[in-house]
Design a protein around this ligand. Structure first.
Ligand code: COS
Length: 382
């Protein structure tokens, strides 16, 4: 159920204050230290951010997709690294469990995920299975009432802090591709799991990705998520939803960049006047604003349709494609409007320019989104 308008306004206002007073002032420090202060993570937990999408009966806020998208847009007004801290709990790390978990699995894990006490990670990508995610080689061999996991996962967000992984592994080695893959809930404290060092990245410092190695990890059968061979569908449905969430974050970052541009262009004087009075600056603002509005409308309409129970695989991919490409263009124009200051670290614009680059790659690259959109369009006959 969507929130009533008063509650929604209160929630978004509280988040806007949190972004302005607690997150924006420490963006540079988080980037420099490559870490979010524990006190701020605790405040995020207290605000319910880790449990936005977890049903209320398990301690979450149980938001509709539309409300979650509005929250993601608001949080997107701060550095995207903050969103990443709770992003896996809200999205790819929890939604397999919410959509496909048994009652016992949900009761065991969802309350901790909702409070943020349990941090989750989604372990699909491997060194040889990126865009071709059905090519996973991690093996899950059945041995009595356990599965034994062996394999390597790559670029796994929040793995360093995770206490629960959703792992896609091949249960049937004779079946190539999607059909042989199953999903598992794997607690971090099982023997045989090694998490690699945090990778050095182009942007979003404060958010971390790691390799995760599974060596003879014995996972009880009751931790399998969905039926054997259904793991790929679990992953794809989780990603359908995740892509929409990422698209909403892109809209938020674009809105923030546009506001920063308007403020700067109003102050910065050249040729005796504020650069905002120049039509070539105005044209860049107009392009950015129009594209951000279009992305916002697309994301919210898709979220509402998902809330109404429609299949939005196509629209979620369209939202991710359009919004992630859009924010790349908006960030590029922001650097141009700021000029030399856009290239200098102190103003934070170059940081956002780097931060947004990953949106076109993770949770399915733009090329993969086009593939999905084309396929679905043909399936629907137009
Ligand atoms: N919802 C439900 N089921 C889906 C689905 C979806 N969105 N997408 C695919 N499936 C099902 C298909 O219906 C098919 O099932 P059947 O064989 O029973 O018909 C099965 O899954 C295999 O699908 P498909 O044949 O489309 O698989 P492909 O190997 O062609 O791969 C792409 C599909 C490329 C779209 C997929 O691998 C992908 O999304 N790759 C990118 C992965 C990604 O986003 N990685 C980011 C890392 S996670 S942060």
């Amino acid at each position: 159920m969507p929130l009533d308008l008063d509650t929604r306004t209160q929630l978004l206002d509280a988040l806007a204050r949190f972004v302005a007073e607690r997150l924006r002032p420490i963006e540079a420090e988080v980037s420099e230290k490559d870490a979010i202060p524990e006190a701020v993570l605790a405040e995020m937990k207290a605000l319910g951010l880790f449990g936005l999408s977890i049903p209320e009966e398990y301690g979450g806020l149980g938001l509709s997709m539309e409300d979650e998208a509005l929250v993601a847009m608001e949080i997107g007004h701060a550095s995207p690294a903050f969103r990443s801290a709770f992003g896996t709990n809200v999205g790819i790390g929890s939604q397999g469990l919410v959509m496909f978990g048994t009652e016992a699995q949900k009761a065991r894990w969802l309350p901790g995920i909702a409070s943020g006490e349990t941090v989750t990670s989604f372990a699909l990508t491997e060194p040889e299975a990126g865009s071709d995610s059905a090519a996973v080689q991690t093996r899950a061999r059945k041995e009595g009432d356990h599965y034994v996991l062996d394999g390597a996962k790559r670029y796994i967000t929040n793995a360093g802090r995770a206490s629960l992984f959703t792992v896609m592994a091949r249960t049937d080695p004779d079946r190539k591709g999607a059909a042989g893959v199953s999903a598992f809930l794997v607690p971090r404290d099982l023997a045989g799991i090694t998490v690699g060092k945090a990778e050095k990245k182009m942007g979003q410092q404060g958010a971390h990705i790691h390799d995760v190695i599974f060596e003879g990890v014995r996972v009880p059968e009751e931790n399998r998520l969905g039926a054997e061979g259904e793991g790929f569908k679990v992953a794809m449905q989780v990603l359908d939803r995740g892509r929409l969430h990422i698209a909403a974050v892109c809209v938020g970052v674009a809105e923030r960049l546009i506001r920063d541009c308007v403020a700067y262009a109003g102050e910065r004087k050249q040729f005796g006047q504020a650069i905002a009075s120049f039509q070539m600056i105005q044209a860049m603002l107009a392009d950015s604003k129009t594209e951000a509005l279009a992305a916002r409308a697309l994301v919210l309409e898709t979220a509402r349709r998902r809330d109404a129970g429609e299949n939005v695989t196509l629209e979620a991919s369209s939202s991710k494609l359009f919004a992630s490409e859009m924010v790349g263009r908006v960030a590029d124009r922001a650097v141009q409007i700021f000029g030399g200051a856009g290239y200098v670290a102190d103003y934070g614009i170059e940081r956002l320019y780097r931060d947004v680059r990953i949106f076109r790659i993770y949770e399915g690259s733009s090329e993969i989104q086009k593939l999905v959109i084309a396929r679905e369009t043909m399936k629907r006959g137009g």
